[in-house]
Design a binder for this molecule. Structure first.
Ligand SMILES: Nc1ncnc2c1ncn2[C@@H]1O[C@H](COP(=O)(O)OP(=O)(O)O)[C@@H](O)[C@H]1O
Ligand SMILES: [Mg+2]
Length: 167
């Protein structure tokens, strides 16, 4: 099984994915958590953040997810990676594929802005930020949309995912 948790930077992907992983790990030992930022570190930061580099990275994650799920390892993958072709690849390649969109409005993301990504784009200090100068394909067929405009009810949001997946 692959649970692909997507959303823009600061939406709450890592938080929700980690809480889900902790919960599943208590019961089953064949779960792996793959987080976009950690994956970049593991890969050695050989590509950047422009659209093409992001696609390269997303495809690597997808292929690794397939490789693992083919061996009976379940994967939770938390990553922005909002590319239609990647979502389509996942859906085709992996039988038990769930796509979870952690949805937060751009207005709230800009207010939140923990990593100061959005404010720095607005000040023209940086670029290559998804949702600002980098376009994204919002999932067309998500298995679940989690409204995380208010950062609360983490357990409830994790439970929503558990209710959707067929273990
Ligand atoms: N449902 C939630 N409950 C509590 N804190 C949350 C929740 N969602 C997000 N947060 C907080 O918001 C911040 C950004 O979340 P994070 O998971 O790092 O986002 P992302 O991985 O999508 O960039 C973190 O500081 C996290 O603690
Ligand atoms: Mg994260």
């Amino acid at each position: 099984m692959l649970i692909w948790i997507t959303g823009l930077a600061g939406a709450g992907k890592t938080t929700i994915a980690t809480a889900l992983y902790e919960k599943l790990k208590q019961k089953y030992n064949n779960w792996v958590l793959l987080d976009g930022d950690c994956f970049r570190e593991v890969m050695g930061q050989d590509v950047g953040y422009d659209l093409n580099s992001r696609k390269i990275m997303a495809k690597r994650m997808s292929r690794l997810c397939k490789y693992l799920t083919d061996q009976g390892i379940h994967v939770i993958c938390a990553t922005i990676s909002m590319h239609k072709e990647v979502h389509e690849f996942n859906r085709k390649a992996i039988k038990d594929y769930y796509e979870v969109l952690v949805d937060v409005s751009m207005e709230n993301l800009i207010k939140r802005d923990k990593k100061e990504l959005y404010s720095r784009v607005l000040k023209n200090e940086i670029y290559d930020v998804v949702g600002m100068d980098i376009p994204f394909d919002k999932p067309e067929h998500p298995s679940l949309v989690i409204d995380n405009n208010i950062m609360d009810n983490l357990d409830f949001k994790v439970q929503k995912i558990l209710n959707v997946i067929k273990l």
